[in-house]
Design a protein around this ligand. Sequence first.
Ligand SMILES: Nc1ncnc2c1ncn2[C@@H]1O[C@H](COP(=O)(O)OP(=O)(O)O)[C@@H](O)[C@H]1O
Ligand SMILES: [Mg+2]
Length: 264
Amino acid sequence: MYGWQGSEALQLVTDGTLEIEGRLLDASNVTLYCTVRLNGISAPAVYKPVRGERPLWDFPEGTLAGREVASYLLACSAELSTIPPTVLRDGPLGAGMVQLWVDTSEAELVDVLGPDEVPPGWRTVLHAYDRGGSPVVVAHSDHPRVRDMAVLDAVLNNADRKGRHVVQGTDGEVYGLDHGICLHAEPKLRTVLWGWAGEDLPADAVEKLRKLLADLDGTLGEQLAAHLTAAEVEAVRSRASALIAEGAFPVPVDNARAVPWPLF
Ligand SMILES: Nc1ncnc2c1ncn2[C@@H]1O[C@H](COP(=O)(O)OP(=O)(O)O)[C@@H](O)[C@H]1O
Ligand SMILES: [Mg+2]
């Protein structure tokens, strides 16, 4: 076995041979389920070829694949949050992003529940009615790694954090998935993880943000520049600095859609 975040896992996705097994039908782009093999080790992976990307009017710059890789690099910096190892490389359908597949456990971290079913500690973010007219809530876990993901999303300016992209692996780790529409220079945060809105950032999150700022002045800044515009890299710095200065989780802004659609 190898650790998901270990250098062996990164080498596997970078240098392994990709074999396409099938296409994921719930994806918005051409998203392929693959097996990646290297030196007798194999693992499932997702491969999203750049040429399969649906053009988006609100994300005209760069590629979604590049944004996924930049998001992974940012998440790794200061261990802000966990995204499966993700690289930009060549594949059977040309250049694309390759990311290790996470075997997910049954445990839900974001859920639609009856108002009386919310587990202790969970954060309620929305109240609604189901088809039958009964009240329901959308709530999420207060797991410290989900909290870290909320901080990461604020830095990434994640425009599409859906409930099903916050998963718990069978290894117990919390993983974020699908970071194609992140890192725009203009504010676009749309997430289901509003449970800590306006609350003080924990001290360890502030430490991680400081480390991220330091990394941005070094290798991380150079790595991001390969995938993002200069204005977008600068915006990462501004968002991280603003979070440290505010010392609090962001709150939804007026006149902007604060949640993704669909929510899951
Ligand atoms: N690394 C991964 N591990 C496990 N499941 C994944 C992974 N990446 C994607 N998926 C699953 O595949 C679905 C489609 O992938 P997604 O990233 O949403 O594609 P797209 O960018 O085309 O929208 C996700 O909703 C998720 O269920
Ligand atoms: Mg998607």
